[in-house]
Structure formats: C-alpha cells, structure tokens
Design a protein around this ligand. Structure first.
Ligand SMILES: [Zn+2]
Ligand SMILES: [Zn+2]
Length: 274
C-alpha cells in the first residue's frame, strides 16, 4: 500500500497496452481498492498478458477479502497480513487471526508486513513486534513473506537476520539501492519492481534493478498506486504491467520475452505452482 492514492477514482483508466509476448503475473495488487469489479480487472489483465495476480492484505478485512477472492477466482492468490501502518497496539488475537487465514490453500504469502518509517502512523515498537510475528507465521505456515520496506532498509534487513528469514522473502515495491540489491541477492531475497521504476527520477532504482540477478526479480503494480510512465497520475491496475516489464527489460538488456519468462518462473518459485 502506498500513501498517495488520493483522488484516483475521479480519473479515468488508460487504454489497454500492447499485450506482452509471454504471460506474467502481478506479484502485488490491491484488488479490493482498485475502482473496478474484480472480474473486469482479471479480464483486462489477461488481455495484456497478466494472467495471475497476488492480492494483498493490509488489515483483517482486506486479508479476508483476499482469501475470499482467491477462493472464487482461479487466477488469484492471496496474501494476508497487517500492514505496518496498521499495527498500533496490535494484539496477539489479531495476529492469531492472520495465522488462521494463512492456512487457506490459496494463501501463498504473508504480507504485506514490514516497516514503514516514512509514515509514523504506528510506533516503531509495535511495527517491530508485528513484523517479527509475521515472520514467524510465514515460517510456521511455509508461506512466502511479502515485505513492505519504506525508509527502513537497515532495520528490515537486521530483523530478518535476527529472526531467521523464511524460505521465500519478497521485497515488494523494491526501493533500495544497488548495494542493498547485492545484499538481497546474497541472501536469496526476491525484489519486486513497481511502476515507479519507469519514473524519470528513478535512476537509482534502475541501478538497483541492474544489480539484481534476473532469477530474483519480480514485477508488480501495487495497484491502484504507482501507475507507470506514460500514464503516471492515472489510476493503476494489473493490465498496465506491460509498461513496467518493457522498461525493466530495457534496463536489464534482455528482450521482453526473456524478461517475462524470468518473472513467470520466479513467481512460480516464490508463490508455488498455479
Ligand atoms: Zn501494497
Ligand atoms: Zn507496501
């Protein structure tokens, strides 16, 4: 979840881009807050070559929505968690509810969890306690961990080390630099790039993508946020991923089909067979 989703619904969605040559999936989408019915989101995504979507939980209602939606639609997988911004005074009972939801077979990740020092909506102590608890749930349930890291790189990396990271860790909307990408690569953490990698001022992010091994790279929309160039400022949805993937292929110096194939294979490794 990104903070700058204001006024999205009053603006119209961009047209469908050219279809990708190989099917990919969206590793991080908020299907519940994109201003379009889920069925329509899946249809437009498929037309763009985005055939699978992980929908993310930020609190108990959105986590329940994720589970219900994944249960209803074959091409949707769920992630469940309490977002770091929502962790003020978080109780063990809430964390137990997250763990219970995680038992559903279509839940493939615990997320989004992590640390957000950009927004001070929740005290750091609460964020740390919740992050550690989510790491434990991911390990106990064998699910991937989807990490939200906003201006908190050092503490996120430290806590993952202290707790012992789950088998699969995904940094969603990766925002570190190239040096951090090398640390992530050493530890086998996946880095999921969002539409902001296309922004003009995002050269440091593109340097991080250059440093990230192709077999640890994912793509996401974080929709309805972070719409890629050339539609920045318009609402985002999964069908706009081709802009991000094509930009990523250019940065990596590979053709678009190879980029897509890597993303699809990495996604299957991270979230399990579809
Ligand atoms: Zn998100
Ligand atoms: Zn996030």
């Amino acid at each position: 979840m990104s903070p700058d989703g204001n006024g999205q619904s009053s603006r119209s969605f961009p047209p469908l881009p050219e279809r990708l040559p190989v099917d990919v999936f969206d590793s991080h989408c908020h299907l519940d807050i994109v201003d379009t019915p889920v069925q329509e989101q899946l249809r437009s995504a498929k037309a763009a070559g985005v055939t699978r979507i992980v929908t993310i939980g930020c609190d108990l209602p959105s986590s329940r929505f994720a589970v219900d939606t994944a249960a209803e639609f074959d091409d949707v997988y769920a992630a469940v968690a309490i977002h770091p911004n929502e962790t003020t005074g978080i109780s063990d009972a809430v964390l137990e509810d997250v763990a219970r939801l995680a038992a559903h077979p279509k839940v493939r990740a615990i997320g989004e969890t992590g640390l957000d020092y950009y927004r001070d909506w929740a005290p750091k102590d609460d964020q740390h306690r919740a992050f550690r608890a989510h790491i434990a749930i991911a390990k106990r349930t064998g699910r991937a961990l989807v990490v939200h890291d906003r201006d908190a790189h050092d503490d996120v990396l430290r806590i993952l080390e202290e707790e012992g990271a789950p088998g699969t860790v995904v940094f969603h909307c990766y925002s570190g630099d190239a040096a951090m990408a090398e640390i992530c690569a050493d530890r086998g953490y996946l880095m999921s790039f969002a539409g902001n990698v296309t922004f003009k001022n995002a050269e440091p992010l593109r340097e991080a993508l250059r440093a990230a091994p192709l077999d640890l790279v994912l793509v996401e929309t974080d929709a309805p946020f972070l719409t890629p160039i050339p539609h920045r400022g318009k609402p985002n949805a999964s069908y706009l991923i081709p802009y991000t993937v094509r930009a990523m292929a250019e940065v990596k110096g590979v053709d678009v089909a190879e980029m897509c194939a890597a993303i699809a294979a990495n996604g299957e490794r991270a979230f399990g067979p579809w």
